[in-house]
Design a protein around this ligand. Structure first.
Ligand code: HEM
Length: 451
């Protein structure tokens, strides 16, 4: 049987809403998510709008999202997208910030550190780091997001560099991440990195933090060069051993830094965001929390994984990804001119009633019984799909298990914290919670012994 592939004909809805989007963003940093959600609720596959001189296409169809992110990656690139100018000023030239051949080179260099075997190899060191972090987790009325950020920074640094940051470096890393998204956002809006050098409190804080991050990375690289590579090479070894395919030269110090900073900075924010929303969802759904504890008591972790997947769905840590059309493209009958910004609104697709039954409800069971619908892309899609998914899941599962078994927590209010969505879906109040240690139970004792 011959199959004739007929390209879909997508419906496009043109909105004169561009200025309102800009106003939305200025008024409240979360409202652009509401705007994206409104777009996906229209009866169309693409929504086209103009923001000042920019043309914007919001993708409201899961297959079209796949076409943009998976099938036509030469036409739709990251270069020049919303956050790239801001991100580049922190992350330099790494996997996340480059395109084309250069991106491929960095992706290939990093990939062996993220295989199943490599991630399984770092599990003991990550577990050890989490054990220490949860032993000293602050209690009382705290900003849970900040505490989780500290946990995630330490776990990812341990996993990639086999290093423990000095307390001042850890403070600086956390500080960089707390202020970083604001700076990235400001730079992205203004399209200039000049802001970074202004003598204002936020740029100063970020400058101090960047210096500390650079110090941590330089210290780790110098120590590893002196000690020699690990028997099972980690990311730091891979980066230090890499040779330029044409010149045979090792990476310069700046290139080493750019490779490492991408994962050290990019990873923890997403992890802390997901853990914070998982804690919120569990606090608001006592039945789910009770089921999770009961399942963990039997040693079965399927429900734990379903809770994490449902958290990704309900509160997508990366709520959108975007691309720039590098050429004029026609996609299923829709003309997308060169230079257009094409946004895939992950959070809106994850909460869309067309794809999900009762999307407003937190129901981990949906991930136990059915394969995920097409509108499911917490880690993106295609060749630029998150390279860190395995490590992220390892840290999330291990950290959430420790938190659930070791602590009690509550918000003291039913009100949802709202989003401070700059790049990630950070909770607006950085998830204020009452946190107390739980009375020791057989499970926690077992976990500590195993940890
Ligand atoms: C909850 C955890 C995480 C979430 C939700 C997440 C989400 C994502 C998404 C949606 C993308 C695609 C971006 C795009 O298409 O433009 C991405 C890319 C990426 N992520 Fe993650 N991520 C997480 C954790 C991590 C971790 C732990 C690491 C590193 C250790 C990491 C490193 C990266 C890198 C380097 C890229 C760029 C890949 C490339 O362009 O080739 N992420 N992530």
């Amino acid at each position: 049987m011959t199959r004739v592939s007929v390209p879909p004909t997508y419906r496009v809805h043109r909105r004169p809403w561009g200025l309102s989007l800009l106003a939305d963003i200025v008024r409240s940093r979360a409202d652009h998510l509401a705007f994206l959600e409104r777009c996906t609720r229209l009866d169309a596959d693409f929504v086209e709008a103009n923001i000042l001189t920019h043309r914007l296409f919001v993708v409201a169809n899961a297959d079209a999202a796949r076409a943009v992110l998976v099938e036509d990656t030469k036409s739709f690139v990251r270069e020049g997208n919303l956050e790239s100018a801001g991100i580049k000023s922190f992350l330099g030239e790494g996997m996340l910030t480059t395109d084309g051949e250069e991106w491929l080179r960095w992706r290939r260099l990093n990939a062996p550190a993220f295989t199943r075997a490599a991630v399984a190899g770092v599990q003991p060191i990550v577990d050890d780091s989490l054990e220490r972090s949860f032993a000293t987790l602050p209690r009382g009325r705290i900003r849970l997001f900040d505490a989780f950020l500290r946990v995630a920074v330490t776990a990812t640094t341990a996993g990639f560099l086999s290093a423990r940051p000095e307390p001042d470096e850890q403070d600086a890393l956390v500080d960089a991440m707390l202020g970083g998204p604001e700076m990235v956002f400001a730079i992205a809006c203004a399209r200039t990195t000049l802001i970074r050098h202004l003598p204002l409190p936020l740029p100063r804080r970020v400058q101090r933090a960047t210096a500390a991050v650079d110090r941590l990375l330089a210290r780790s690289a110098a120590r590893r060069r002196a000690e020699g590579a690990h028997a099972r090479p980690d990311l730091l070894d891979l980066v230090l051993q890499h040779r330029d395919p044409t010149t045979g030269q090792p990476l310069s110090d700046a290139e080493v830094r750019d490779q490492l900073v991408t994962v050290v900075i990019a990873a923890p924010e997403n992890i802390a965001t997901t853990l914070s929303w998982a804690a919120y969802a569990l606090a608001s759904n006592p039945r789910v929390l009770a089921t999770l504890r009961a399942e963990l008591a039997t040693g079965d972790e399927r429900y734990l994984r379903a809770v994490i997947d449902e958290t990704f769905r309900r509160f997508a840590a990366t709520p959108m990804v975007d691309r720039v059309a590098a050429v004029d493209v026609e996609l299923g009958g829709v003309r997308i001119p060169r230079g257009s910004l094409v946004v895939v609104p992950i959070a809106a697709l994850h909460n869309h009633p067309r794809f999900w039954d009762a999307p407003g409800e937190f129901r981990p069971e949906r991930f136990l019984v059915a394969s995920a619908p097409s509108a499911w892309l917490p880690f993106g899609h295609g060749p630029r799909k998150c390279v860190g998914e395995r490590l992220a899941r390892l840290v999330l599962e291990s950290a959430l298990k420790r938190f659930v078994l070791g602590f009690e927590w509550s918000r003291g209010t039913n009100a949802e914290p709202g989003f401070a969505a700059l790049i990630n879906l950070r909770p607006a109040d950085r998830m204020r919670m009452w946190v107390e240690r739980r009375a020791a139970t057989a499970q926690t004792a077992r976990l500590s012994a195993a940890g």
